[in-house]
Design a protein around this ligand. Sequence first.
Ligand code: PHB
Length: 391
Amino acid sequence: MQFQSWIKRALVGAAMLIAAGTLQAQGVVKLGLVAEFSGPFAQYGQQMLGGMKAYMKLNGDTVAGKKIEIIQKDTTGPAPDVAKRLAQELVTRDNVDFLVGFGLTPNALAVAPVATEAKKPMIIMNAATSIITTKSPYIVRVSMTLPQIAQPMAQWAAKNGVKKVYTVVADYGPGLDAESAFTKAFQAAGGEMVGSIHTPLQNPDFAPFVQRVKDAKPEAVFLFLPAGEQAIAFMKAYKERGLAEAGIKLFATGDITDDGVLEAMGDPTLGLITSFHYSASHNSPENTAFKKAYAEANGTGTRPNFMAAAGYDGMAAIYEALKKTGGSTDADKIMAALKGMKLMSPRGSIVIDPETRDLVQTVYIRKVEKTNGGLYNMEFDKFPDQRDPGK
Ligand code: PHB
């Protein structure tokens, strides 16, 4: 008798545990964050996660009755095999509902087939080679594409009397995209290309490249390098070799004057003109709220940059999609909710193009200026409603 009641109690207890487990499983949405958290590109992951945290600071950690949980994985740098393995583990072991993050193009490309096979929405918060979104129907990109940014820079330079340009780009997807979009738009506007250099993605030494540009005496250089340490190294070589003094103008995508490193690059950046979708100096109530939440969630040590803004917007897209699906994480329902979604971002209003799953957004022309708060990219011209011209 006593034994029987013991069994009964054990069974009831077990049933309650299972029910609680099921409830918990139903109540959590897991985001597998695959990004660079160590090595020379470590700030990519930090910035994206910082932006995601800023969003959660403002909007809470629960949406549509589900608690949002982030599981963070470090690719350690441009390491497609590592990125793919991490994504596979997140899907099979951790049972994540979304794959998010992806700073570098090679990592995003390696994970695209995992998203397709596992049917998991993949939210790209940086990787900006045009072709990436075509690699899986489950990809949405909330950052930019290099052609989207480089084309307005070419059009602006041509309109402002620049005639002969030399291009310097990192030798991989986004660099080659930036070069071809700039070249096409600049030539279409009557400009002439006078040379091009491709620099290695790993451990570049810019001094010889910069010297080669100086010797060619172009009127201006158009530059794309992945944000962060490379940009600092390039500006150092540019200053040391005296290109500005030689009268060679520099135009770039805003990756170069990334808000995360602009102060570290210092005065050689003053006056530098770039095209980009986000500046920490963007004047809007949404950006003010974003910067405040970013500082509260992450400390005041670093300024949020464009990857932080994309982290924030990626979270906004996920929250809004979950509201629309009533908390369902079914990949097809989530994708339907994301396509055509309009959001008020810290950068201005953005729309997820339902066809390309890339953003339609304003691209700004900015100039580095010294303000009370230090060096900033100050927006002074803009190209509204830019799509990715690379597709
Ligand atoms: C990329 O790898 O796609 C990438 C990395 C850094 C950038 C832009 C694009 O600043």
